[in-house]
Design a protein around this ligand. Structure first.
Ligand code: CS2
Length: 514
């Protein structure tokens, strides 16, 4: 039996939905309806509506938008927008959440003008995004709009004003239409793992508007009057495998014979720190679901990106080179558990200002405990994806902060190197990105810079210092400030780690090096 409105009554295992789905209006449009938002933002919204007065709840139905792929729409359409979230943790009973606030999922690439018209509707109060780092069409090092990006070029062409491809182009063209129609602007809510994600998104939209209409005041209007709150999002959400869907639908599975093709699996933990700056159109009462509405998310965000995400990426690259397929498997290896603990204690925390009242050592312990959740099967290769877009905020920001602090405190300079573990993490990313298989072919990586990695990997020389120098020369990742040129404290230690990892050749010897 497939999950749908019609079968709900016959699905006793599923929890009841506490609000009237039929009354929901599309108050939120979400761009990038992937597993993460289904497990995170939609669960917060679902739980908030479950506790809100009926008239308030009715304002906050959600329409999901897949920018290109039809997969999500094909999964969620026959289910009338219904899907389940399966929270799993080692040693805990599984918890199933039936989410009812998703109204439908549309495929933007199939009907961009219909999505533009939807965003122009006065019902729409918030447009949220999880389009992943590469979906912002920016330079990862500077976070400036990439005007050479093919989708940006396409969307700036007036002939394509009704068919934007990029999220930034869609937002600006929709805001322009609302302004022309006298409809107040929606709030743009980034829920991606970017530093200062709201400010970054505002800067991208202003830059796009300035390029679109250099002579008008559209860019000023967007910069001054459109709300772009920052958020910090946290929940570990592995990709769902077909076997997970089968197991959940089994007669003795958590859905007792009901099949949910759009299910997501995640850990029980989730955190959402949201800058409470939404303008007159308001927001759902997410605090009723445990979200933290704060004045400034910067320290929450820095802690999460530089502790949790930095350790995730380190385990992804070092763990893959050591032959571990999942984060939990990697964390079972004492040397790797010690490695990430040392990264946090020696490199990250000395250069981090944590949120007031947060015990950063407990935060790290809790993070590592979450990583050990064997029931998630969170694959190292999934996290290794798009490293060029992730490294700047996860590892390089810590390198810059640590070296700046060392420069500011020369009198306390110790004999120990300023960066103790971080060069190995960056070297492992370089080794993972430029691997060759037994036939001397570049091992493909999923990254916007994959072709550049392949060119570096297959160039005439495999001399580690040359590979390191060419990777460090990637301005999109390392920018053009002093970091990549800091030979003594950064470039040379990274190259030395890369050389050791390349020399190791086998997972066992990589582990021995770590
Ligand atoms: C992961 C994140 O895939 C990745 O890059 O590090 O998706 C991570 O699982 C989340 O940020 C956890 O909140």
């Amino acid at each position: 039996m497939r999950l749908s409105e019609a079968t709900l009554a016959e699905a006793p295992a599923l929890p009841a939905i506490e609000y009237a789905r039929g009354d929901l209006r599309p108050g939120i449009v979400h761009l990038g309806l992937g597993a993460f938002f289904r497990a995170h933002g939609l669960v917060y919204t679902h739980r908030a509506l479950s506790h809100a007065p009926a008239d308030e709840a009715a304002k906050w139905g959600v329409v999901g938008v897949s920018m290109r792929s039809a997969t999500m729409a094909e999964m969620i359409g026959p289910q009338d927008g219904l899907y389940t979230v399966h929270e799993r943790a080692t040693g805990a009973d599984p918890v199933v959440v039936l989410v009812g606030c998703l109204l439908r999922c549309v495929v933007h690439a199939r009907a961009p003008s219909a999505v533009l018209d939807l965003l122009a509707s006065a019902d729409v109060r918030i447009v949220s995004l999880t389009v992943t780092e590469k979906g912002y069409c920016y330079d990862p090092a500077s976070r400036a709009l990439d005007l050479a990006n093919v989708d940006v070029i396409h969307d700036l062409d007036p002939a394509n004003a009704r068919a934007p491809r990029s999220a930034v182009g869609l937002l600006v063209l929709a805001l322009r239409a609302r302004r022309a129609a006298g409809v107040p602007p929606f709030t743009c809510l980034s829920c991606d793992n970017l530093p200062h994600n709201g400010r970054t998104l505002r800067g991208l939209c202003v830059a796009f508007a300035r390029a679109l209409e250099p002579a008008s005041d559209l860019a000023r209007w967007i910069g001054e009057l459109v709300p772009f709150p920052c958020t910090m999002v946290d929940c570990i959400v592995p990709a769902v495998q077909p076997a997970d869907v089968d197991a959940a639908a089994a007669p003795d599975g958590p859905l007792r014979g009901v099949r949910d093709e759009a299910m997501v699996m995640c850990e029980p933990f989730r955190q959402w720190a949201v800058e409470d700056a939404f303008g007159p159109l308001g927001r759902p009462p997410w605090e009723l679901a445990g979200a933290q509405l704060v004045a400034d998310v910067a320290q929450h965000e820095a802690l999460k990106l530089r502790v949790l995400n930095a350790c995730h990426s380190t385990l992804a690259y070092v763990g893959t080179l050591c032959g571990f397929e999942t984060i939990a498997h990697a964390m079972r290896e004492p040397a790797l558990a010690k490695l990430v603990a040392a990264l946090v204690e020696l490199d990250v925390l000395p250069a981090l200002e944590p949120p007031a009242g947060v015990d950063v050592h407990e935060y790290a312990r809790s993070t590592f405990s979450r990583f050990r959740n064997e029931l998630l099967g969170h694959r190292t290769e999934q996290i290794a994806m798009d490293g060029s877009q992730k490294l700047p905020q996860r590892l390089l920001a810590t390198a810059r902060a640590r070296l700046a602090r060392a420069d500011a405190e020369p009198c306390t300079a110790s004999a120990e190197p300023a960066l103790r573990v971080l060069p190995l993490a960056v070297g492992a990313w370089m080794a993972h990105s430029t691997r060759l298989d037994a036939d001397g072919q570049h091992v493909p990586v999923r990254d916007p810079l994959a072709s550049k990695f392949a060119a570096i990997a297959t160039a005439s020389t495999r001399e580690p210092r040359t590979i390191a120098a060419r990777m460090l020369a990637l301005r999109e990742v390392f920018g053009d400030d002093a970091l990549a040129a800091d030979d003594t404290r950064f470039a040379r230690p990274v190259a030395q780690q890369l050389a050791a990892l390349m020399e190791a050749r086998t997972p066992e010897r990589v582990l021995a090096h770590v």
